[in-house]
Design a protein around this ligand. Structure first.
Ligand SMILES: [Cu+2]
Ligand SMILES: [Zn+2]
Length: 170
């Protein structure tokens, strides 16, 4: 009798544990300091990592750093509320840093003259839920900077001001 009860309760807890936490898609609306929407981000969980699709509509032409920051808060005008780069492993900044990168570090965006850019980036270091989760209690934000990331200067790649910010939302 006791063995049957144990098996039943185990099955019950497994059922509760898995589907409730799984989030496989999220989005973010990128806004400048004046509140204008300048792009949309879609984040999709894949077995290879988080697939991030960007649809930018009004970013100044040129090369811009593109990161995931640690807190889902975008307060204008400087967006400092998003805190530093998402860095659950407490590493150093930069794709070219031997002690890096942060989980939130990603390649620069090259925006053409008309300010429109569609691009997809795979970030294998982050997930939406479970480990290295963007949707943890303080959330996360997608940030675009005024200048390029030099991929090595800790803690932020010398990328200058934060010109657009979007809160990752399930
Ligand atoms: Cu950044
Ligand atoms: Zn970084």
């Amino acid at each position: 009798m006791r063995r049957i009860w144990l098996a039943a309760s185990l099955a019950g807890s497994l059922l509760v544990a898995s589907p409730a936490l799984a989030v496989d898609k999220a989005g973010a609306m990128l806004k400048e300091a004046n509140g204008n929407e300048v792009g949309k981000v879609t984040l999709i969980s894949t077995p290879s990592g988080l697939l991030i699709s960007l649809d930018l509509t009004a970013i100044p032409a040129g090369e811009h750093a593109f990161h995931i920051h640690a807190v889902g808060k975008c307060e204008p005008p400087d967006f400092k509320s998003a805190d530093p780069h998402f860095n659950p492993d407490e590493t150093k900044h930069g794709l070219m840093n031997p002690e890096g990168p942060h989980a939130g570090d990603m390649p620069n965006l090259h925006v053409p003259a008309d300010g429109n850019l569609q691009v997809e980036v795979l970030n294998p270091a982050v997930t939406l839920s479970a480990e290295s989760a963007l949707l943890d209690t303080d959330g996360a934000a997608i940030v675009i900077h005024a200048s390029a990331d030099d991929y090595k200067t800790d803690p932020a790649g010398n990328a200058g001001d934060r010109i657009a910010c979007g809160i990752v939302t399930p």
